[in-house]
Design a protein around this ligand. Structure first.
Ligand code: HEM
Length: 231
């Protein structure tokens, strides 16, 4: 704990912590996306079986969820504090960016990290109320797996994405998540020191491709369901 507090007090410590927490959250997204794709499995109950398996983990799932919340809040807190410090230190209405000699990574994505981060935070809260704490067995979202009554999350996902407001909203947020990840992955690698001048463009490209794959993967689900009427 003292070393965490110390890390929070130094600029480099804060950058390293944002990088580590960011990579953890990106890994969560990779796992979440893989789970979402079970919606397209030839087994119609694959998605419900997957979410039911997660719930059957009981205390272990709660532990992972608590870690996820702590990491998410830490990441948001440090991200906003870095942004506020930068704003304070910035000369008024600067119009010229000084680069360190390497190609500049000042892009729309890098300059809007705080904004896209706040949008992702608000989205996540709405998202949890829609799905995690949304209608369940009592509201008729029920199905049977091996004779056991379970929550029919697949039907909820299908119902939610019949509504164009959700589809447009999810699509817009997934694009912003893509921008956030594009700069975030590169920045994390740089903060964690995995970057030589030679590797920098390679990691920048790989980060961009991972961000694109995640954004397209996530927005595919609502758009596909809306267009086809359901999976
Ligand atoms: C089209 C895209 C998405 C769909 C269809 C989707 C679907 C779902 C569903 C059905 C659940 C409930 C799982 C359960 O209760 O067992 C869930 C949980 C969750 N989703 Fe998503 N999701 C999507 C995108 C995202 C994105 C982009 C994020 C992050 C920014 C995210 C973050 C979460 C979190 C944090 C949980 C709670 C996990 C837990 O507590 O176990 N989701 N999602």
């Amino acid at each position: 704990m003292p070393s965490l507090l110390h890390a929070l007090q130094t600029t480099i410590g804060r950058k390293i912590l944002t990088g580590i927490t960011g990579i953890f959250l990106t890994l969560f997204l990779v796992v979440h996306l893989a789970g979402n794709f079970s919606l397209f499995s030839s087994n119609p109950e694959a998605f419900n079986a997957y979410t039911e398996f997660l719930h059957s983990l009981g205390a272990l799932l709660y532990l992972v969820e608590i870690i996820l919340v702590v990491v998410f809040l830490l990441h948001a807190y440090i991200g906003v504090s870095i942004w506020l410090r930068k704003r304070k230190a910035r000369p008024e209405n600067y119009s010229v960016y000084k680069t360190s000699g390497e190609p500049s990574r000042q892009t729309v994505a890098s300059k809007t990290m705080a904004l896209t981060g706040v949008v992702i935070l608000v989205f996540t809260i709405v998202h949890l109320f829609t799905f995690k704490w949304g209608p369940g067995i009592a509201e008729g979202y029920v199905t049977y797996i091996d004779g056991q009554e379970v929550r029919d999350l697949k039907r909820l996902v299908n119902d939610i994405f019949q509504n164009e407001f959700y589809v447009i909203g999810y699509t817009a947020v997934m694009i912003l998540i893509g921008f956030h990840l594009k700069h975030g992955i590169w920045s994390a690698m740089q903060s964690l020191g995995a970057m030589s001048p030679k590797m920098s463009p390679v990691i920048y490209t790989i980060g961009g491709l991972i961000a694109l794959a995640l954004a397209v993967g996530f927005l595919f689900v609502p758009i596909w369901i809306y267009i086809t009427g359901g999976v």
